[in-house]
Design a binder for this molecule. Structure first.
Ligand code: GLA
Length: 725
């Protein structure tokens, strides 16, 4: 059994194959005992948890617990219980009272319940076991349930928190984080993924200092700027060595995550819905459940942590039937035509792409209403007949006739002022309680906290998706929230709007993905502005970034791979000079970078030279041959562009028979030194052979000695394919 309760010692042990997480009950309070490599044997709380009484530390309730909570590692710290560190939960009772949570019971069961209205991890009764620990504020009858689900084989524990108002009065939840973990040390680096539009998820590492080191989103989406992921790496930890403790949020809205080092050099790590501009009125009999946090501990550095996440996403987060299927190679017309296309042009593009092996064409922005630039028509999801006289159906049929799949772009959460929909429903705009409403990319946001708006979106998209043979939908969202208010919501609940918006979005996605299980959905938010586990639950791949420059993509895809698997990252070959950065890189390098994710094209193949077409044809054939290894194998990062002038990756098929190595030189020097790429994860004694480069070496030589490379040319790349012989 992966969860054990030791009644004598009052200890919960949550075990995966390689990790242990332990919680103790101390005088009715829950203390955090341990998180790390698996431990065994009997122990008591006092055996492993030091305590000293410290000056200035107050004691909350001497009758229940003679210790100060400020000096203990708390499992789920509540504001108002003599623990002045960053709390996980704050409830406003409206009468000056504070939450006083006591342990009142637990249950353990096989399997895991779906979290109501939110995406969450899933698994069978053989794969996951759940522990619910019940805490109660007996004065007010508020029940807080801490939920831990353990995926034993995967080495993953997930957490979420449920609040039941069993009392007789409304209560206001001002803050409810999903996970909080206290450590006795502070010798950590915090690793996070930061960026901007077209520069998403660059790796940032900082030493912790006294006080709070926090990342957050206040933009209404998980954001380009900071991804809902943090890791605390023990000092000295690397890609292959050392302890790493990490959290990733299954949520697409405002989040907070961080680590606070206190005056005793203890560290509190946490993650949850951002309490900024958030509160939730919970009436008697009502329940609020927080989104889920995925917690991964690795004793072998960041690489192992990433592989645990990658497997977990493929097996237990992405619910789409395509999550474990090989994905098609697509061409997207955005950078090829922008808004300037018609049926004839699209068919030509599709035919030419088909000739070189592409399997699907995706029609991007500009096919609906009167949209010829970003200034109008969002909300009017009917076809522009002057561009597509035979409608979407007519176009899709012609694409089908040339034996290609057809996909379409939508941005359903948005509305343009210049649209028929806005004329009919100005009150459906989020922010319509404000005197001024800001525009972002000329558009407003629809108020998804209003169920009528959600039903409209579901109806209009259901009509569209069933009107033609649509195999793929790219779901975009192109601005941040500013005026977070709703006409539909009562005035005293306006701080619920940002979360209600996300609940509305999830309701729409739940309904549509259930109704159209054969459509492969791709997420997008101005590229990677909402690249998170919440979206991946519905959409197993996401357009990683609007930047298609091969070199910038090395950083973006390297950073993204810290958490998210290659098969979740859309990666397309585009033209040079690159449209975003103006940089010129070779077609080989552009192809090799796109091979590291969901391969596709984002260029006008009609304008490609014969030489470029020949490279693309070969690249596509290669991807078809190798995609199972990239999409479903294990990924090892060999060399970081953030720490050097090059970047290297390795993918290994699960049976360890095929090894792909990618190396990219970013900048070279005169007379460069040799770099040795030390492969990882191979069978020591097996012999591996790369036919093209005629290299035949044992696993141990490839791993210990490595392959020597001379990075002699800026932006040059190579790919090696070893087979076990
Ligand atoms: C966003 C997307 C792009 C493209 C445009 C269309 O920026 O990220 O890929 O779809 O919108 O307007």
């Amino acid at each position: 059994m992966s969860i054990i309760y030791d009644d004598k010692e009052k200890i919960f042990l949550i075990n995966t194959i390689e990790t242990t997480y332990a919680i103790g009950i101390m005088g009715q309070y829950l203390v955090h005992l341990y998180w790390g490599k698996r431990i065994s044997g009997k122990f008591s709380i006092n055996d492993i948890m030091p305590y000293v009484s410290r000056p200035y530390a107050s004691i909350f309730r001497k009758d229940v617990n003679p210790y100060s909570n400020e000096c203990l590692p708390m499992e789920y710290p509540a504001f108002g219980s003599c623990d002045p560190r960053y709390p996980a939960i704050e409830i406003d009772y409206g009468d000056g009272n504070f939450l006083n949570l006591e342990y009142t019971g637990y249950i353990i069961y096989r399997g895991k319940h779906k979290i109501d209205s939110l995406p969450s991890s899933f698994g069978t009764e053989n794969e996951v076991t759940t522990l619910e620990i019940e805490l109660t504020d007996k004065t007010k009858n508020t029940q807080v349930v801490l939920m831990y689900s353990v995926f034993e084989e995967m080495n993953v524990i997930t957490r979420s928190v449920k609040i039941n108002n069993l009392g007789t009065e409304d209560i206001i939840v001002d803050k409810v984080l999903s996970a909080s973990v206290d450590f006795f040390e502070n010798d950590f680096q915090m690793i996070s993924l930061s960026g901007a539009w077209a520069r998403e998820r660059h790796i940032e590492k900082i030493d912790l200092h006294h006080g709070n080191t926090m990342i957050e989103s206040r933009r209404g989406a998980s954001s380009h700027q900071l991804n809902p992921f943090i890791a605390l790496a023990r000092k000295g930890a690397t890609e292959t060595y050392g302890d790493v403790f990490s959290m990733n949020f299954v949520y697409s809205g405002n989040f907070v995550a961080g680590a606070e080092v206190d005056h005793y050099q203890m560290t509190r790590m946490y993650m949850g819905i951002n309490p900024f501009n958030f509160s939730w009125k919970l009436s008697p009999g009502k329940v609020f459940q927080s989104p889920e946090v995925i917690m991964v501990y690795s004793d072998e550095g960041l690489g192992k942590m990433s592989r645990v996440y990658h497997d977990f996403f493929r097996e237990h987060i992405c619910k789409s039937k395509y999550s474990k299927k090989v994905r098609p190679i697509l061409i997207n017309n955005w950078e090829a035509t922008y808004y300037d296309f018609n049926e004839e042009k699209l068919i030509k593009l599709a035919k030419k792409a088909k000739e070189i092996g592409v399997e699907m064409i995706v029609l991007d922005d500009g096919w609906f209403g009167e949209r010829n630039d970003p200034s109008s028509s969002l909300g009017d999801w009917y076809v522009n007949k002057s561009k597509l006289p035979n409608g979407i159906d007519g176009l899709a049929k012609k694409i089908d006739e040339i034996d290609m799949k057809f996909g379409i772009w939508v941005e359903p959460e948005m509305i343009s002022e210049k649209s028929v929909l806005f004329g009919k429903h100005p009150d459906w705009v989020m922010g319509s309680c404000s005197e001024y409403i800001s525009e972002g990319r000329n558009q407003y946001i629809l108020d998804l906290s209003n169920p009528e708006v959600c039903e409209y979106i579901i109806d209009v998209l259901s009509d569209l998706f069933s009107s033609a043979k649509i195999s793929y939908v790219k779901w975009d969202m192109n601005r941040s929230m500013n005026e977070v208010n709703s006409r539909y919501i009562d005035n005293d609940r306006q701080k619920e709007v940002a979360h209600r918006y996300i609940l509305g979005l999830y309701y729409i996605l739940d309904t549509l993905t259930e109704r159209f299980p054969n459509i492969l959905f791709e997420g997008c938010a101005g590229g990677g502005g909402r690249f998170d586990a919440g979206m991946l639950y519905y959409m197993p791949q996401i357009w990683t970034s609007d930047c298609t420059d091969a070199i910038e993509r090395l950083y973006i895809q390297y950073g993204t791979s810290l958490v998210y698997p290659a098969l979740s990252m859309g990666a397309h070959v585009s033209v040079v000079p690159n449209h975003q950065l103006g940089r010129t890189t070779s077609i080989e390098t552009r192809i090799n970078v796109a091979l590291l994710g969901q391969f596709g094209l984002e260029l006008d193949v009609e304008k490609c030279s014969d030489e470029e077409l020949s490279h693309l044809r070969k690249g596509i054939a290669k991807y078809k041959e190798l995609r199972e290894i990239i999409q479903f194998g294990d990924m090892y990062r060999l060399c970081s562009p953030f720490d050097s002038n090059s970047a290297s990756w390795e993918f290994i098929s699960k049976d360890k028979k095929d090894i792909l190595v990618f190396n990219f030189c970013i900048f070279t020097n005169a007379n460069p030194k040799f770099s040795f790429l030390h492969l990882q994860g191979l069978e020591e004694d097996a012999i591996y052979y790369d036919e093209e480069h005629n290299i035949k070496l044992s696993g141990s030589v490839l791993m210990r000695n490595g392959i020597s490379l001379l990075n002699t040319e800026d932006y040059k790349s190579e790919m090696l394919h070893f087979k076990m012989i």
